[in-house]
Design a binder for this molecule. Structure first.
Ligand SMILES: NC(=O)c1ccc[n+]([C@@H]2O[C@H](COP(=O)([O-])OP(=O)(O)OC[C@H]3O[C@@H](n4cnc5c(N)ncnc54)[C@H](OP(=O)(O)O)[C@@H]3O)[C@@H](O)[C@H]2O)c1
Length: 333
């Protein structure tokens, strides 16, 4: 049996399982230069919401009636490509399909992993690199500074919090449940934590948590949480615009405060980025993240759901905060 998951229709607002369709797929015939792959772990990522719409963006829209694509760790079942053998593992941007053939040139081989294979979709993959480059290249945190992280308990946020601690910063993490807050505080050593869902006054909660103001804001969520953090920025502070998940399902963009006067008066740098901006430095980032993980300096949490058919509901769970750390679906052993 082989199954695939298609984009059935484009969502308007919050997506639902009706926007996806699970169907049987033919086991494809292998050609020269290709690999037959079996998906093991499939990543669900917030940016995929953007690809469900047909709005122009940095990644092309998914096509209606075609498989969803995303980060997948897979095992080679059969190879007709030089340098690949059955049993090898690869990382690729692949179809949400249990078995598929691909050109070997379109995937990256995972060399003898010393860590769980799923880490290549998280701390040693795209989210880890996003945290690393966004914080260090744009945030430029200095020892003793206050770094505020929204979406702090997620795949990117947990890595940002820990790198900021490694750099000697005081870290304030914002997340949406008390379990997430205790994980951030007790496991990752985050100095102050704020539950944005239960805080009576988010502006005051952030001001109280940052008596000396905010030097770096790593923004994963946007919206009112970010408005509140930005009001506390110090002179020469840096704002890293990594994600805006609170706005991904918006059908009309809410109008927030006009920020330019504050940015001007406090000489603030605010910069958006896409991890692929650093594509030519992946080797450097991967090496450092690997080293920190092997030295036990970076911890990594995963929320793993089992079953290929659970992919749509798991993806939707990102917008309800169902994950701590990286959210993944395990499809096969
Ligand atoms: N720029 C890049 O290249 C790049 C690369 C990767 C990711 N990103 C962005 O970085 C952010 C984090 O990505 P991730 O993969 O690490 O996801 P994640 O944080 O593991 O998962 C998403 C989390 O967002 C929070 N959330 C959902 N809706 C929210 C809302 N309305 N307001 C506030 N928080 C909300 C939820 O946690 P709570 O329980 O705390 O609400 C949820 O667990 C996303 O915005 C993503 O698009 C950017």
């Amino acid at each position: 049996m082989n199954r695939k998951i298609l984009l059935k229709s484009r969502p308007n607002g919050i997506p639902s399982e009706n926007n996806f369709e699970i169907t049987d797929a033919v086991v494809p015939q292998l050609k020269d230069g290709e690999l037959l792959l079996k998906a093991l772990y499939i990543s669900v990522d917030p940016y995929m919401r953007g690809r469900m719409s047909d709005a122009k963006s940095y990644a092309p829209p998914f096509e209606v009636g075609k498989p969803i694509q995303g980060g997948i760790v897979a095992r080679v079942i059969e190879s007709k490509a030089d340098g690949y053998f059955a049993g090898d593992h690869v990382l690729g941007n692949l179809n949400w399909q249990e078995l598929q053939t691909v050109a070997a040139t379109s995937v990256n081989k995972i060399e003898a992993a010393k860590v769980p294979l799923s880490y290549y979709l998280g701390i040693l993959g795209m989210p880890g690199l996003t945290a690393y480059f966004g914080l260090l290249e744009i945030g430029k945190p200095k020892s003793g500074e206050t770094v505020v992280v929204s979406g702090a308990a997620g795949a990117v946020g947990t890595v940002v919090c820990q790198i900021a601690k490694l750099k000697g910063c005081r870290v304030v993490g914002i997340a949406g449940s008390d379990d997430k807050l205790s994980y951030l505080k007790n496991e990752l050593g985050v100095d102050v934590v704020i539950n944005y869902r239960t805080a009576k006054n988010i502006q005051k909660a952030i001001a109280d948590a940052c008596p000396e103001g905010v030097d770096v804001y790593y923004d994963n969520v946007g919206g009112e949480i970010s408005d509140a953090v930005i009001s506390q920025l110090n002179t020469y502070s840096r704002v890293v615009i990594c994600g805006q998940i609170s706005l991904y399902n918006a059908t009309e963009m809410p109008v927030g405060p006009r920020l330019q006067p504050l940015l001007l008066k406090r000489s603030v740098l605010m910069q958006g980025f896409i991890v692929s901006d650093f594509a030519d430095r992946v080797a450097e980032g991967s090496k450092q993240l690997n080293q920190w993980v092997s030295e036990g300096k970076l911890k990594f949490e995963e929320t793993i759901v089992e079953g290929f058919e659970k992919l749509p509901e798991t993806f939707l769970g990102l917008f309800e905060g169902k994950n701590t750390g990286k959210y993944l679906v395990k499809v096969a052993e």
